[in-house]
Design a binder for this molecule. Structure first.
Ligand SMILES: [Cu+2]
Length: 506
């Protein structure tokens, strides 16, 4: 990494004066795409509880689901209709509730006009079911666009995914992963929760039932007619690239949706609630806190992260959440007066995107929930024996105008790492810019993030957000399955613009 870091500094030194005289374009920042429709007033619409999918059947110990992926009109803005792409025709998609040790079979029937690929984010999934970007499900009605990639595995119209659920309980999510087009497909609605439960968590006296709520936060922009606004290069999403060149740094919306509703409100009793927070945005990061912050100084007690329970609860004044990350938190509304309102705000931005939703504390109530002092079992990283250290540099190429890993654009035909099954490795990742780095198959532990342990890095992670110029070391055990997987930046525009690479567990 030292060599490439020096190279980067050298290029940086060269590029700065050249960029100043206009010879070399600058590294593209994520950009706001303003809505053309009037923005709705915040806190008028109640938060939607996301519907839980019902299995269509049970074969042995497997729960089977069958979703039609199709276009429908959703009512998101007042008085306007928004055409969405939805799993079973809804956005967010139906929540899948799974149990550890009990596999799920998910059949997707593609009635969209474009190919789809499904990835269970955070899942330890066999490679053929992981949603490799070129494992396309073509539209049932046929497809006239780009579907030829090296080593692509094509299904016509529909296919089944098997999720083994052989991992600790966690807040996972499923979303589209189509090669070159993930950003636009997710923006249109292809994302849903996948809640994996286990016995350890179920015996804890945490808030449950209607006091355990999944919150999918994402930003979107709207055309004047209410449809989602996105800077498409090809309006039909048939030929790459999907996103216009001027937005290759990432697309930011000006409307915050929580569970598909702009700036909703939720009535709560003055007791503890559990929120499973997911940032499903393409490129936006949030720094979340309550306004007002309770007198004790902590908005949240974090109990879990991407891959499940933390070892112990962690009080947090704010939480920084990058695209694809999850935070499992407890909010104790008994710290507020009945009759008062508390906003969930985003201190990383101002204006419309500086607020998320509002809680209206209605009345006092009995609370028999508690937060256990010990939560999950996380092995001590010092006891692991890593067999190798690999280095990956995430940076922008001014010459090719692509987002690259170790100087190379994604190539399905090239293998970038071959870790051995059941081995432990350290990956040292380095960034030129803001990149939320995600590995498929594994949950890892963060050894060091910007030279020290980060405030949000304890527990199991599958996504780690690097700030500009920042590095991190992560400890990974490659258990589960042999086969080919990807790792990539989860800024979805960066991912589509090639910031992705392969590893094969051998
Ligand atoms: Cu990135």
């Amino acid at each position: 990494m030292k060599g490439s870091r020096r190279d980067w500094l050298k290029y940086g030194a060269l590029a700065a004066p050249l960029a100043a005289v206009g010879c070399i374009p600058r590294r593209p920042e994520a950009r706001l795409l303003p809505s053309l429709a009037p923005l709705p007033a915040p806190f008028e619409t109640p938060l939607r509880r996301l519907p839980v999918a019902r299995p269509i059947g049970t074969e042995g110990a497997t729960d089977a689901y069958d979703f039609i992926v199709r276009t429908t009109d959703a009512r998101i803005l007042p008085g306007l209709m928004t055409p969405i792409w939805g799993y079973d025709g809804i956005f967010p998609g139906p929540t899948i509730e799974a149990r550890r040790g009990r596999p799920v079979s998910l059949r997707l029937r593609n009635q969209l006009p474009v190919p789809i690929v499904n990835h269970l984010h955070g899942g330890r999934t066999p490679p053929e079911h992981d949603g490799y970007p070129t494992d396309l499900i073509l539209p049932a009605g046929g497809f006239a666009g780009h579907d030829h990639y090296p080593q692509a595995r094509i299904s016509a119209g529909e296919r089944e995914y098997i999720y083994s659920n052989d991992q600790p309980g966690a807040t996972l999510w499923y979303h589209d992963h189509r090669m070159d087009f993930t950003a636009a497909s997710v923006w249109r609605g292809l994302a849903g929760f996948y809640i994996l439960r286990d016995a350890n968590e179920e015996q804890m006296p945490l808030p449950r039932g209607d006091r355990e709520i999944a919150l999918m936060i994402c930003d979107r922009s709207f055309e004047a007619n209410g449809s989602f606004r996105y800077p498409l290069h090809d309006p039909l999403l048939r030929e790459p690239p999907a996103t216009t060149d001027s937005y290759m740094g990432g697309v930011l919306g000006d409307v915050i949706l929580v569970n598909g509703t702009p700036w909703p409100r939720l009535e709560v009793n003055a007791v503890r609630y559990r929120f499973r927070i997911l940032n499903a945005s393409n490129a936006r990061r949030y720094e979340l806190t309550l306004d007002p912050i309770p007198r004790g100084g902590y908005s949240f007690v974090q109990i879990g992260s991407d891959g499940g329970m933390l070892p112990a609860p962690a009080p947090q004044r704010t939480i920084r959440i990058a695209p694809a990350e999850r935070f499992d938190v407890i909010v104790d509304f008994s710290q507020f007066q009945a009759g008062s309102s508390v906003r969930l705000i985003n201190t990383a931005a101002s204006g419309s995107v500086g607020q998320i939703m509002r809680f209206d504390v209605t009345k006092n109530s009995r609370d028999d929930s508690t937060i256990p002092s010990r939560l999950g079992d996380i092995p001590n990283p010092a006891a692991e024996r890593p067999v190798t250290t690999r280095e990956f540099d995430f940076s922008f190429s001014r010459l090719s105008r692509e987002w690259l890993i170790n100087g190379k654009p994604f190539d399905p035909a090239r293998m970038d790492a071959r870790p051995k099954l059941n081995s432990v490795e350290i990956w040292r990742i380095q960034s030129d810019f803001s990149h939320p780095v995600h590995l498929h198959l594994v949950q890892f532990q963060v050894l060091e993030h910007g030279g020290r342990p980060g405030p949000f890095d304890s527990g199991w992670k599958d996504t780690i957000d690097l700030a500009p110029g920042e590095g991190a070391s992560i400890l990974i055990r490659f258990d589960g399955y042999r086969g080919r997987y990807v790792f990539h930046c989860h800024n979805l525009e960066h991912e589509d613009m090639r910031m992705m690479a392969n590893f094969e567990v051998i």
